[in-house]
Design a protein around this ligand. Structure first.
Ligand SMILES: [Zn+2]
Length: 70
């Protein structure tokens, strides 16, 4: 999933650092560990989680509201 922002920089502080969105994540994950203690492939760790929110983008620097995400 790729969201291209409608703006190139923050209109409030001029930062081009990026933006963040607030999400609520619920669910449980399976974390795989080998019998020798090594970490196994956990690439799908977050696939079973439910995401809520993520509707509004905020500036990474000044934390002000930027735009709505679809
Ligand atoms: Zn800003």
């Amino acid at each position: 999933m790729k969201n291209i922002a409608p703006i190139k920089e923050c209109p409030h502080c001029g930062s081009d650092e990026g933006y963040y969105t607030k999400m609520q994540v619920t669910g449980s994950v399976r974390y795989h560990i080998g019998f020798d203690g090594s970490e196994r492939d956990n690439g799908d760790m977050y696939e079973h989680l439910t995401h809520k929110g993520g509707k509004v983008a905020y500036c990474s620097d000044c934390k002000k509201k930027l735009f709505k995400l679809n």
